[in-house]
Design a protein around this ligand. Structure first.
Ligand code: ADP
Ligand code: MG
Length: 628
């Protein structure tokens, strides 16, 4: 090779940042670089295996699929060789010089934060290769693509540059030679490396040989019978497939022959990484056909909202030589997806029945994905309704109720399911919307997350019963048989006669003008003087609040639903207001403004606080004056 053929190249700026992070991270879990390199080797073998089925391979077709690891404790090197798909010169420079998912600065913030805490998370960011520089002085990558094109050698010390040059005499695949740092020489001993492979790479689906001896058992765990698999094996496989350190929350291992041949082993992790600030997860389930990996992190095999699952799906019915692109609109894949999703939903329902507390934990951690499913996936919307949980007036604080529980407790004559949104249970329980529900003993869901009203509106109805927000106008609640109203009504005294309420409503409407569509006498307020209700059934106050918060001027933020104010003719304030409007219309008007603002606040809607405060002082001044 002549000097001219050796090209020196700069790492992309982002790659340099990653290298900095790796080199400066704590080395408590340095071992994981072996896992990352072996996992890359396994990926390369999987890719070759699949590729050779899609397209007949010519070059080195006889070379067995395996990973060889050699230690040289004199030269202090560790060498990992695979007979996988290899890399062309272009691939070498793209894959080991740049970062695929770069571009956003958040990516690096999250990467830096995660890796500083736990280096073993590096693989989840798609930059596992660079972990080799925790242990390496110098790394040499010799690689030749499966297409038989010229082989190349890549060398770097993890500084700002690397070199690439042609390399003769290579077989298909990749050889990585690591010159170990002085404090990392242990990786040149067979004992250490064997130990690491056994710990992390037992489930690599190809022989992994250390100094010529195979150290892993090559078997697809998902195709074995359940009774032969130990708990430990299941957990180890989860850690392997999910790149995880924790233990799974749930596991579903199932096989079916009809309508499709399926072997699936999927896990629910313990934690939700999207909440932990790691950004949007990529799907965690890999698609196999007859134990050949066809689609890693498959976007097709499960709906997006199941991206938190980790595991494997294997179907013999898929054509082995199917290409990744054609999976997208493949009818069989679609069918598989449907069967799997239904089966998983059924599994969750079974778990909820078996262990309600365990399911609550699942709901707390992953409920947000189920809610996403309801709002985004029409196909499974009705099935997902069964999985929803909310607090309700029929539950203790923190205890969750299902729609089925609710329906089982519905009153005679009740044909709707009611819910009300609020920032907390206490806020909801002290608000005007639940008063009549409490009085008549009708259960009502408390939707305490902002997204909940969107979810229930998307669902629309459940088991033939409409889902209705309690801040909707014209709600007629069934009469109660054990109505306690007669005694309670007395506390507030006689209600204002209907014609007087009518007149007061008219007068208030004039005062409020366009601020409300109408003012009506309420049939469901018990203690509160007034409340705001939404006339358009599809929009709740909570949804309006979110849109106002997220929208800009003139956009969604300017969207208001039509509102009525309902007043309570039994409330002593309303009764006094009825007289005051004739005696002192100016001051009565000020009170109306305040009652209106109070009702908006109870609906969680925005008011003008400055105006409200100055008005409030005027009212207080008058109250103080009367006292003296
Ligand atoms: P990831 O494996 O998540 O893609 P890595 O940083 O581990 O990220 O590897 C980067 C890329 O380098 C891989 O996607 C692959 O294309 C390429 N690569 C790494 N090791 C090998 C190998 N042994 N054979 C072929 N390609 C490899
Ligand atoms: Mg990798």
């Amino acid at each position: 090779m002549t000097e001219a053929q050796v090209e020196t190249k700069q790492f992309q700026a982002e790659t340099r940042k990653v290298l900095d992070i790796v080199i400066n991270s704590l080395y408590t879990e340095r071992d994981i670089f072996v896992r990352e390199l072996v996992s890359n080797a396994a990926d390369a073998l999987e890719k070759y295996r699949h590729q050779s089925l899609v397209e007949q391979a010519e070059f080195d077709a006889h070379v067995p699929l395996e990973i060889n690891i050699d230690c040289d404790d004199k030269k202090k090197t560790l060498t990992i060789t695979d007979t996988g798909i290899g890399m062309t010169k272009e691939e070498l420079e793209t894959n080991l010089g740049t970062i695929a998912h770069s571009g956003s600065s958040r990516f690096f913030e999250e990467l830096a934060e995660a890796v500083k805490k736990d280096v073993s998370l590096i693989g989840q960011f798609g930059v596992g290769f660079y972990s080799v520089f925790m242990a390496a002085k110098k790394v040499t990558v010799q690689t030749r693509s499966w297409d038989g094109s010229e082989g190349h050698e890549w060398i770097s010390d993890g500084g700002g540059t690397y070199t690439v040059s042609p390399c003769e005499g290579l077989h298909r695949g990749t050889k990585i030679i690591i010159d170990l740092k002085e404090d990392a020489e242990t990786y040149a001993t067979k004992f250490t490396v064997e130990h690491i492979i056994k710990q992390y790479s037992t489930f690599v689906p190809f022989p992994v040989k250390v100094e010529g001896t195979t150290v892993n058992t090559v078997q697809a765990i998902w195709s074995r019978s359940k009774s032969e698999i130990t708990e430990e094996e299941y957990t180890e496989f989860y850690k392997f497939i999910g790149n995880a350190a924790d233990e799974p929350m749930y596991r579903l291992h199932f096989s079916a022959d009809a309508p499709l041949a399926i072997n699936a082993l999927v896990y629910v992790p313990k934690d939700n990484f999207e909440v932990a600030g790691m950004g949007r997860m990529q799907p965690g389930v890999n698609l196999y056909c007859q134990k050949v990996l066809i689609d890693q992190h498959s976007e097709n095999i499960l709906p997006e909202w199941l991206r938190f699952l980790k595991g494997v799906v294997d179907s013999e019915d898929l054509p082995l030589n199917i290409s990744r692109q054609s999976l997208q609109d493949n009818a069989l894949v679609y069918k598989l997806r449907k069967v799997l999703t239904k089966r998983f939903i059924k599994f969750l329902n079974e778990q909820a029945k078996k262990d309600a507390e365990g399911y609550q934990q699942f709901w707390k951690t992953f409920g947000i994905f189920i809610k996403e499913g309801v709002t985004s996936d029409f196909e499974f919307r009705d099935d997902l309704g069964k999985l929803l949980r909310f607090e309700s007036s029929g539950s203790e604080a923190g205890e969750m109720v299902s729609l089925d529980d609710y329906i089982a407790r519905m009153k005679d004559g009740q044909d709707k399911i009611y819910f009300i949104n609020g920032p907390s249970r206490a806020a909801v329980e002290n608000g005007p919307y639940v008063e009549m529900f409490k009085k008549r003993g009708i259960e009502i869901f408390y939707t305490l997350e902002p997204i909940d009203d969107f979810v229930l509106n998307h669902l629309g109805e459940y088991d033939g019963k409409k889902l209705v927000s309690a801040d909707t106008a014209d709600i007629r609640l069934p009469e109660s048989t054990e109505d306690t109203s007669s005694t309670e009504d007395k506390e507030q005294g006689e209600a204002l006669p209907a014609d007087q309420v009518e007149a007061l409503c008219k007068w208030i409407k004039e005062r409020l003008g366009d601020r409300v569509q109408d003012v009506k006498s309420s049939t469901r307020l018990v203690d509160s003087p007034a409340m705001i209700v939404n006339v358009d059934g599809f929009m709740t106050s909570s949804m309006e609040r979110i849109m106002q918060a997220s929208g800009q001027e003139g956009g969604l933020g300017a969207m208001h639903s039509k509102k009525d104010m309902e007043i309570n003719g039994s409330s002593s304030l309303i009764k006094k207001l009825a007289s005051l409007k004739d005696a002192d219309p100016d001051f009565a008007g000020i009170i109306v403004d305040q009652v209106y603002d109070n009702a908006l606040i109870q609906a969680g809607l925005v008011i003008d606080p400055m105006e409200m405060v100055s008005r409030n002082y005027r009212i207080l001044e008058r109250a103080a004056g009367e006292e003296s």
